[in-house]
Design a protein around this ligand. Structure first.
Ligand SMILES: C=C(O[C@H]1C=CC=C(C(=O)O)[C@@H]1O)C(=O)O
Length: 449
């Protein structure tokens, strides 16, 4: 199965993204009876990606037709340059929805080192999978990507035959069980971290900073990441779901509620998501929490800073920009303040330019951005890696969609490291912030139990 489903052997086919040979990628698609997406990305010995949006687009990919990688603060630009070379002269025969896309993400910090649990996750890394299965309201499509038409057609037919052997449904089972958990940050050190951030805020150096923690979870058995992602879909159907792994190290996965940006043509959509309260035991309790969220001056300020920063970042690129009314985003375990923001671009832009302009929003970084990043680097005792960073896809036209990689974890052997953070502003109470962080571990943690 590996070879025809774009397994590791095909990695040898992967073209470097320098476009030196001047020959574009070729892709061929055909419609498919439905197949279990989990079964397609079941084996973790090859490069695999999975991506699903609240709007209903679902894609799984295996193998590597092209790989794009970059490091450092210029990584957004470098990936864009590589993308142009990779997709130059693309010959796609099939519906638009089944076109090849590059999937991957970026590290949170510019100075990322791909070590520890983040081994294999470069500061920017994308693949155009050799094989893609795309499900949307236009049906389910299989796409094979290769260097020439004969190879793409051969791969398409071989894959199609193999996929017919896979089940249409795959049981998503139950969690592997939690043997032990270890925090990077004790409650005492958290109090000290928040107090230090509050001192900077009092001194006027900082207005907001998002401080995070990691939770290392030892499992009772091996984790089945695709099955975990499927269980997340049931509990968080209106969140993104993703997994990314290169078959040699860990698999990053999660169910983020937050869109960083989506771009199609000149239309851009993003949102501010910040300010959190728990769910209640009853509808009345739910509403009491929401009232607190809406009435509190602290939440209003914390959320308003994110709206303002996104507006300021997008305004120079937009001919029109609309900030919608604030709403409540109610999830299974937590509720947030949300403000949708939409723009029309005044010139042609690649989605990666928008990603670069927006990352990190103060929903995961802070205000002013540089001081907040410095505070995060000095304060946190773990490596953010790809947590809270852009994760998603782009295509040959420079369109694409990115989520913010929160409510996420990285699975390595029988350990999963989870991440969660909270916005600290003047008047933040360390204990309340601690409680909110525990709620943000829950989406993934609950599925491991
Ligand atoms: C940083 C996280 O959440 C962000 C998104 C929504 C609400 C947030 C908050 O209330 O602080 C955070 O800004 C996380 O989940 O790790």
């Amino acid at each position: 199965m590996d070879r025809t489903l774009g397994g590791r052997q095909l990695a040898g086919d992967a073209r470097p993204a320098d476009g030196r040979d001047g020959v574009g990628l070729t892709s061929r698609s055909r419609e498919l009876e439905d197949v279990s997406f989990g079964a397609v990305v079941e084996a973790d010995d090859a490069c695999r990606v999975q991506w699903a949006t609240p709007a209903g687009l679902e894609v799984v990919g295996r193998g590597v037709a092209a790989r794009l990688e970059a490091r450092g603060p210029d990584r957004f630009d470098e990936i864009r340059t590589q993308a142009e070379a990779t997709f130059d002269g693309l010959d796609h025969v099939g519906p638009d929805v089944a076109r090849p896309r590059a999937f991957g993400g970026f590290s949170f910090h510019d100075g990322h080192d791909a070590g520890g649990v983040w081994r294999g996750f470069e500061a920017a890394s994308f693949v155009v999978p050799a094989v893609l299965v795309t499900r949307s309201d236009e049906g389910t499509w299989l796409t094979a990507v290769a260097d020439d038409a004969a190879d793409a057609t051969r791969r398409l037919e071989e894959c199609h035959d193999r996929l017919l052997e896979l089940p249409a449904m795959r049981p998503s089972g139950s969690g592997p069980g939690v043997a032990a958990t270890r925090r990077t940050t004790t409650l005492d050190s958290w109090r000290a971290q928040v107090d230090r951030a509050l001192e900077r805020i009092d001194a006027g150096d900082l207005t907001k900073v998002v401080l995070a923690q990691a939770l290392s979870v030892d499992l009772e058995g091996a984790i089945d990441v695709p099955a975990t992602v499927e269980r997340l879909r049931r509990r968080y159907p209106n969140c993104y779901r993703f997994l990314v792994g290169d078959g040699t190290s860990g698999t990053f996965f999660g169910a983020p509620p937050e869109r960083l940006v989506s771009k199609r043509g000149d239309r851009v959509e993003t949102e501010a998501l910040a300010g959190s309260v728990p769910r209640g035991e009853t509808p009345e309790e739910d509403d009491e929490h929401v009232e607190r969220l809406l009435d509190s001056e602290k939440f209003r300020r914390e959320h308003g800073l994110v709206v303002e920063a996104i507006r300021d970042q997008l305004a120079p690129l937009a001919s029109e920009l609309a900030v919608d009314d604030r709403t409540i985003r109610r999830l299974a375990t937590i509720q947030h303040l949300r403000t949708p923001i939409a723009a029309t671009l005044e010139a042609d832009r690649h989605v990666l330019e928008l990603v670069e302009a927006l990352h990190p929003t103060p929903a995961v970084g802070g205000v002013p951005p540089e001081t907040a990043l410095e505070t995060i680097r000095e304060t946190e005792s773990f490596d953010r890696g790809w947590y809270a960073a852009p994760i998603g896809w782009f295509d040959a036209d420079g369109d694409g969609e990115f989520a913010v990689g929160i409510r996420s974890g990285v699975a390595t052997d029988e350990t999963v490291t989870l991440f969660a953070g909270n916005g600290i502003v003047a008047d933040s109470d360390p204990e309340e912030e601690w409680e909110e962080i525990q709620l943000k571990f829950r989406p993934v943690l609950d599925e491991l139990r």
